[in-house]
Design a protein around this ligand. Structure first.
Ligand code: HSE
Length: 431
């Protein structure tokens, strides 16, 4: 019966949609809405500043415009899909659309991470909805979990997530095929995963935006939490991926959200995870999420993290939620999100030193570790191939991040240490 009523309702009132941004994702959305056709949704206009560019799909000229004001001011349009990306004019478009009484759907992780407080607050005040599944397409299925959490059932204790396809592609290619960082990045760019500015991918910024959006959902707050540690994969060398593999780990770029007594620990960093775990075995441009609820139940999710069709599909799912009157999941309060200091976190670490190959070096490092109560779990050193220095890798047992930082500060000031020590955390992954 519900099904019949929904179908009738859809037939009577299709929602009119305008897409702003006719790039790769825009083309995918147009293909789904206009070429394939989705009942309940009617694409009426597509806006892009460059209408001359050759695209995979062509539209009649009357459906095209180069001025976003035209669609935002058109009372016949119900939903604006913003697919431009970046901060401006995307922010102005979303705000104008909400103020004009329209709903908004977007893939813009950068904007929601930076300006989400203002945008979600405005949407709440105006009783408008924002669909943003496509902004974290690699784990948007979590929306279902969060929806339940929002209504009572359970809270989440931690999320470990690989959320950037480009970085995962690079690290996988370095590990599996012995590719250099540069070769692997070029391939990811050719395949169309990378952001316009690949620094967003490899410096961890894209992952950080997605983690911030997830933090908002987990805490049900659009409060803009303080900055958290973000480190990318530029300094990961082929030595690191090889040594990690010898020790049974993969190097991955992992976003972490952990909650204890209302205080969140949040970070994005290169991380060693067991090779045989869900995250450690994640190939290519895939995204993966390991999530633990308050009862200690752990579940995992793997999905494509980038690409035209996965992203367009996430956009359409949001459009259907709006068209079919389902409640949208949006952070709902301005309750401050409290982040704890990372120095007090206790983890295991992988440390790569660049040291002179001579007597007493290991002894001096061990002495400093002893002072800070850091216990060594494994040591790897290969015979030197360079006259100047040799990579020495040490993994530790559980240690306070503050102690590790202080110890490495001292180690790096020893004359036998030739370059800044690379610190990579080790996470136990349970799936
Ligand atoms: N550049 C992003 C990635 C695209 O590589 O995952 C999807 O957000």
């Amino acid at each position: 019966m519900t099904e019949i009523v929904t179908k009738v309702k859809r037939k009577l009132s299709p929602k009119t949609v305008a897409v702003v941004g006719f790039g790769n994702i825009g083309c995918g959305v147009v293909e789904l809405l206009y070429i394939k056709g989705i009942p309940g949704l009617k694409l009426v206009k597509v806006v892009d500043v460059d209408l001359q560019r050759k695209r995979k799909v062509t539209l009649p000229p009357e459906m095209l415009s180069s001025d976003w004001h035209e669609v935002v001011n058109d009372p016949k349009i119900d939903i604006i899909v913003e697919l431009i990306g970046g901060i401006e004019p995307a922010k102005s478009i979303q705000i104008a659309a909400l103020k004009a009484g329209k709903e908004v759907v977007t893939a813009n992780k950068k904007l929601l991470a930076k300006e989400g407080q203002e945008i979600f607050e405005l949407a709440k005040t105006l009783d408008r909805r924002i669909g943003f599944r496509a902004s974290f397409v690699g784990c948007h299925a979590l929306i279902h979990e969060f929806r339940q959490a929002g209504t009572a059932a359970k809270k989440f204790r931690r999320i470990y997530a690989i959320l950037n396809g480009t970085s995962n592609y690079i690290l996988s290619a370095m590990t599996r095929d012995g590719k250099t960082f540069e070769e692997a990045l070029k391939e990811a760019q050719t395949l169309g995963f990378a952001e316009a500015n690949p620094s967003d991918d490899i410096d961890g910024l894209d992952t950080a935006s997605k983690i911030r959006i997830l933090l908002g959902l987990i805490s049900n707050s659009y409060h803009h939490a303080a900055e958290f540690p973000v480190e990318g994969i530029r300094e990961i060398t082929s030595h690191d991926v090889q040594y990690a593999a010898e020790l049974g780990y993969s190097v991955k770029l992992v976003g972490v959200i952990e909650e204890k007594d209302g205080v969140f620990s949040v970070s994005v960093r290169p991380t060693l995870v067991p090779q045989i775990s869900l995250l450690g075995s994640l190939p290519g441009a895939y995204n993966g999420t390991e999530i633990e609820d308050e009862y200690g139940v752990i579940s995992g999710l793997v999905a494509p993290g980038a690409g035209t069709y996965p992203t367009a599909d996430a956009v359409v799912k949001d459009l259907l939620d709006i068209a079919e009157g389902r409640p949208m999941l949006m952070p709902d309060s301005a309750e401050p999100i409290v982040l704890g200091p990372s120095e007090s976190e206790v983890r295991r670490y992988y440390l790569r030193f660049s040291v002179v190959d001579e007597s007493g070096v290991l002894a001096r490092i061990c002495n400093i570790f002893w002072k800070y109560n850091i216990s060594i779990a494994a040591v790897i050193q290969k015979e030197a191939t360079s006259e100047n220095f040799v990579p020495l890798v040490i993994t530790t047992h559980m240690a306070r991040e503050g102690d590790i930082q202080a110890a490495i500060g001292e180690v790096d000031s020893l004359p036998v240490v030739k370059a800044k020590t690379k610190i990579i955390r080790i996470l136990k992954s349970d799936t």
